[in-house]
Design a protein around this ligand. Structure first.
Ligand code: UFG
Length: 341
């Protein structure tokens, strides 16, 4: 019998790519999503790619009653990968109550339901935002967690702590927090990818929408940082590489290969790229010239960050494989495919 994995936020950007990888590895996938920042057609796309339709339930994790009915009707779930959360840094500053209620409340309800139904294996979608601007680069998992720059970032820190505390309390639970750097790119099929609602806040969708003519001009936020070309540096990672790490993490828990009941890993490539380098890569792979303009710094941006991936490489036996041009090209292919639909 196929092992069952529940993905919360499974119609979202990283969730959908993870669903595809898991189905292709022979798992049965259940998806819970409230479609607050995603579209239901992604379920069709997952089916088109894999030949298998994941079971989908439109459930908000804040709806405890519906959540309990879901677990009561779906037994033998081996593990949960928890993506469902609001994720826009700027929006979280405007709507802190919504972010705290949604991200913390959803995680608490999910962990309570897992306890009730004796589900032991939990992978949590965390972020390098927990490090703030690190004192030392590349940043390792041992770097201190700094005061969060935004309510969004704080919810990631608190959720990590909740997970740690529940595990410490002697519950059956085992967990892995995966700290993502900057996921970009899309599945090779061009059928799933990043689908921001409204004006994109992140760099890659802004670039591809500008190239497609939906946005007039990309703003480069700052060219006076203390970096070689003056723009900010990030560790961009292909979303499919990231998705694959989730399969390794959940299998590590299922097969009891974890070293401690709570673990965390950086997921990046270990390389930093500047905003101008990303623009250059995009222009190279698309053959287009991007309309962009240097604007003042964006509030809350850190200057530079990239990951030390040694722990993930050694412990998970995982390494990001795709290079920056593959990332920007796949994002571009997805943008064009999606607009043609
Ligand atoms: N940028 C621009 N123009 C844009 C958008 C972004 O120049 O229109 C720049 C930013 O200033 C930054 C870089 O591109 O230097 C990357 O910005 P993103 O918004 O794509 O990504 P962030 O690094 O700000 O944010 C990401 C995730 C968050 C996470 C954060 C951790 O989107 O979820 O990393 O630092 F919390």
């Amino acid at each position: 019998m196929k092992k069952k994995i529940l993905i919360t936020g499974g119609t979202g950007y990283i969730g959908s790519h993870t669903a595809v990888e898991l189905i292709e590895k022979g798992y049965e996938i259940l998806i819970i999503d409230n479609l607050s920042n995603s579209e239901e057609f992604i379920i069709d796309s997952i089916e088109s790619i894999t030949g298998t339709r994941p079971k989908f339930a439109n459930i908000d994790l804040l709806d405890v009653e519906k959540l309990n009915i879901f677990f009561a009707n779906n037994d033998n779930i081996e593990g949960v990968i928890h993506f469902a959360a609001a994720k826009a840094v700027g929006e979280s500053v405007q709507k802190p109550l919504y972010y705290y209620k949604n991200n913390l409340g959803g995680t608490l309800n999910l962990l309570e339901a897992m306890k009730q139904y004796h589900i032991e294996n939990f992978v949590f979608s965390s972020s390098c935002t927990v490090y703030g601007q690190p004192d030392k680069l590349p940043v390792t998992e041992k770097a201190p967690v700094k005061e969060a720059e935004s309510p969004y970032g704080y919810t990631k820190q608190v959720c990590e702590n909740i997970l740690k505390d529940v595990i410490k309390s002697g519950a059956e639970l085992k967990g892995i927090a995966l700290r993502y750097f900057n996921p970009i790119g899309a599945h090779a099929s061009g059928l799933i990818g990043e689908l921001p609602v409204g004006v994109p806040a992140n760099l890659l969708p802004y670039i591809t929408q500008t190239a497609y003519g939906i946005r007039e001009q990309l703003s480069v936020f700052g060219n006076d940082y203390n970096t070689p070309d003056g723009s900010c540096i990030r560790d961009y990672i292909h979303v499919v590489d990231l998705a694959k790490a989730h399969i390794i993490a959940i299998e590590r828990l299922i097969h009891k290969k974890n070293k401690t009941p709570y673990e965390m890993f950086n997921l990046g490539t270990g390389n930093g790229f500047s905003v101008f380098e990303i623009i250059k890569s995009f222009e190279k792979v698309s053959g287009l010239q991007l309309n962009y303009k240097v604007e003042p710094r964006r509030a809350g941006d850190i200057e530079q960050i990239w990951a030390d991936t040694t722990l993930a490489n050694n412990e998970l036996g995982w390494k990001a494989e795709k290079n920056i041009d593959e990332m920007t090209l796949s994002a571009w292919v997805w943008e064009q495919n999606y607009r043609k639909q």
